[in-house]
Design a protein around this ligand. Structure first.
Ligand SMILES: Nc1ncnc2c1ncn2[C@@H]1O[C@H](COP(=O)(O)OP(=O)(O)OP(=O)(O)O)[C@@H](O)[C@H]1O
Length: 352
């Protein structure tokens, strides 16, 4: 198959005819062959951005889309060599699986024998060759979504755009197909843009994640960046549970009511702290390790322990009353009221 195209989105905003501003002008570079996930709450503009890249919508004046440097802004979808997969399968229900998959090749004028052979090859690759003669309305949801993916891939696109393709499926199937899609996209080295509002899906699939909010980009980064070094409170909360401690910065250390946290040198203090002299330290529940109070300068009081089998969730409070949540192996016996030390992983803390 083709190698994926690099995509440049330059100053692309979108205001719809009714005056709704779905996207503020934004810039985004998608690398050739990567899987980029657009993640954000409902209405933040993910689908609109995907449709601009597809050529289903035109950006407002001044916006440009380039594929491998060539300006495609004025090209309609059928001239961009992109494949699309939607949440609703958008397949032809009365046609057979193989005819659905070969459809895009027919539109492109490929001869019947050739397009049937190519479609059959893609069905084999997706491991649904046995379903080739079935009608779409005789398939399960998971099978339909595999056919939709096969149809998008059959035309050998340089870019594949997926808009919440797994949302309609049940949780177990969603996870299974997510793994298959991940493996497939990596093997094909095709450029993929994947829209979802599901953070677990984004973290699992993305080479990079674009977190969106109110028609703008809140952060672009690897799953680890976005999870452990969120750019702001919105990203931190959207992508998981976040602990916050208020304190001050002194001599490369963070001082808070519970004690002191040494800071790694590469941790940048926030440009605009939340109050005069006050900074907040952000970390995830699993970025902390419980220790003896003698072994760390950061000490809390145990408030509550929730046993979960292999792990336990422990709620702690500091002398100022601020509460945090940490996850720990379920071996140590912790009782409410006891003092416990905390060691934070320096690679997994951020400041805001
Ligand atoms: N054709 C349209 N005309 C007017 N407004 C639109 C149109 N399409 C989308 N919008 C609006 O633009 C904003 C962004 O919509 P978009 O579908 O891009 O969001 P989204 O992040 O994909 O949301 P969801 O996760 O719910 O699909 C929303 O306020 C939406 O109502």
């Amino acid at each position: 198959m083709n190698r994926g195209a690099a995509i440049t989105v330059a100053s692309c905003g979108k205001t719809f005819a009714d005056g709704t501003r779905a996207l503020s002008p934004l810039d985004l570079d998608v690398r050739a062959g990567e899987t980029l996930v657009l993640l954000g709450p409902s209405g933040c503009g993910k689908t609109t951005l995907l449709r601009l890249i597809a050529g289903l919508e035109a950006p407002d004046a001044g916006g440009h889309i380039r594929f491998d440097g060539a300006d495609v802004t004025a090209l309609p979808i059928e001239k961009r060599n992109v494949g699309m997969v939607f949440q609703s399968y958008a397949l032809f229900p009365n046609m057979s699986v193989i005819d659905n998959v070969a459809y895009g090749l027919r539109v492109r004028g490929m001869a019947q024998a050739a397009r049937r052979a190519q479609a059959a090859g893609v069905l084999e690759m997706m491991r649904i060759g046995a379903l080739a003669q079935r009608r779409i309305d005789q398939l399960s949801g998971g099978q339909r979504q595999r056919v939709a993916l096969a149809r998008a891939l059959a035309v050998e696109p340089r870019v594949i755009l997926l808009d919440e393709p797994l949302t309609a499926l049940d949780a177990a199937l969603r996870e299974h197909l997510r793994g298959e899609i991940d493996a497939l996209l990596k093997r094909l080295a095709i450029t993929a843009i994947y829209v979802t509002h599901d953070q677990a899906e984004a973290l699992a699939l993305g080479d990079r994640i674009v977190v969106m909010r109110n028609g703008a980009i809140a952060q672009v980064g690897t799953p680890r960046d976005v999870y452990f070094r969120p750019a702001d409170d919105f990203v931190a909360d959207f992508v998981g549970v976040t602990n916050r401690l208020a304190g001050t910065l002194k001599n490369g250390r963070f001082e808070t009511a519970a004690g002191v946290v040494p800071l790694p040198q590469d941790l940048v203090p926030p440009a605009a702290p939340s109050g005069p002299g006050v900074v907040r330290l952000l970390f995830r529940p699993e970025a902390a390790r419980l220790a003896s109070p003698a072994d760390t300068p950061l000490v809390f009081e145990v408030v509550q322990v929730e046993f979960q089998g292999a792990r336990q969730k422990v709620t702690l409070k500091d002398p100022a009353g601020a509460r945090i949540l940490v996850e720990a192996p379920a071996d140590g016996l912790l009782v409410p009221g006891a003092a416990v030390g905390l060691i934070l992983d320096p690679a997994r803390i951020s400041l805001a």
